[in-house]
Design a protein around this ligand. Structure first.
Ligand code: GDP
Length: 299
């Protein structure tokens, strides 16, 4: 989702030499394969968006994979980027790097100030390692490696597998299928009270290119909207966009996760960047994209 959004943005800006690899073409966990890719292709600018990602359930179940795969991907790419003399690299982290009970909104300086949310601790530890790799390669080798922490994302090419996905694509699929099949109720996880912030992938891509063009600092930068909604409010927005008229049933046996994850985006706003996609419009666009690509998204 993020990689394809960055490619769309770079193409729209007129960039012609964009090098990409799918995971089946290049296994980023393989040190030799990554080193050989960098030796051959010699990219100048690297957007490190690749990661093993998933929603609350997948993060909690596949704890070893979320830690191992992400550590390997980051270490291999960051080291090879340094070795091959990349001009600049942008590493993408996640808002889950912040402590579970951190003050809100989340300021960049709250990193490592408390315990992490247990359901996604392995992923968060890997992403914190990525930030620290960029900082260390900058301080020891003078590499221009920057990091950005996006909030929860949604948009084209999202993961619609209900066991692995995040909440927004899961709700689009659940409400859509319930509408088509005339189901009287849709099951939504948790209590509905957690608050989350959502950013469209195209806005994220725009911010990434903005930072690549204009920011060279050691401090990582939050990327978000600075606005959040409860999961209940989100569910009602998705329900409306899909046009489902049944009831919501809350399954409190499923975890809520962190009570709130709202980014403080004052640093990014002060640099002159702000999102443009309103959440309601973004959900409608994403539902249209889901309808157009349902065969691809739903196996
Ligand atoms: P998180 O931001 O890491 O907690 O990841 P998610 O996007 O997976 O979940 C966000 C919140 O939405 C949690 O409180 C979930 O319990 C809730 N939620 C409600 N329904 C669903 C669903 O169908 N799928 C997922 N993934 N989360 C859901």
């Amino acid at each position: 989702m993020v990689g394809s959004a960055i490619v769309r943005k770079l193409e729209a800006d007129g960039h012609e030499t964009i090098i990409t690899r799918t995971s089946s073409e290049l296994d980023l966990r393989n040190q030799e394969a990554v080193a050989s890719f960098f030796d051959t292709e010699r990219p100048d600018y690297v957007f490190l968006a690749a990661a093993k990602v998933g929603g609350i359930l997948a993060n909690n179940i596949y704890r070893a994979e979320f830690l191992y795969d992400n550590l390997m991907i980051e270490a291999n790419i960051i080291h090879s980027a340094y070795k091959s003399g990349v001009t600049k690299l942008l590493f993408l982290g996640s808002s889950c790097i912040y402590p579970k009970m951190a003050e809100q909104p989340l300021k960049e300086e709250y990193l490592l100030s408390g315990f992490l949310e247990p359901t996604n601790e392995p992923y968060a530890i890997a992403k914190i390692a990525g930030i620290k790799l960029c900082e260390a390669y900058r301080s020891q080798y003078g590499a221009n490696f920057i990091s950005a922490m996006p909030t929860n994302l949604y948009g084209p090419n999202d993961n619609y597998n209900l066991q692995g996905s995040h909440v927004l694509p899961a709700l689009i699929r659940k409400f859509h299928e319930a509408k088509i099949n005339d189901q009287p109720t849709v099951e939504v996880w948790g209590t509905g009270s957690p608050r989350r912030e959502f950013l469209h992938a195209d806005d994220l891509a725009d911010a990434c290119v903005y930072l690549m063009n204009s920011y060279d600092g050691e401090q990582f930068v939050n990327i978000g909207t600075g606005e959040d909604v409860t999961i209940r409010e989100l569910a009602e927005m998705v329900q409306k966009a899909v046009g489902y008229e049944g009831e919501l049933r809350w399954d409190s046996s499923k975890p809520d996760g962190t009570p709130r994850k709202l980014m403080d985006v004052s640093r990014l706003h002060a640099m002159g960047w702000k999102h443009t996609t309103d959440l309601g419009d973004g959900i409608e666009r994403t539902y249209q994209d889901f309808l157009a690509n349902e065969v691809l998204y739903v196996e």
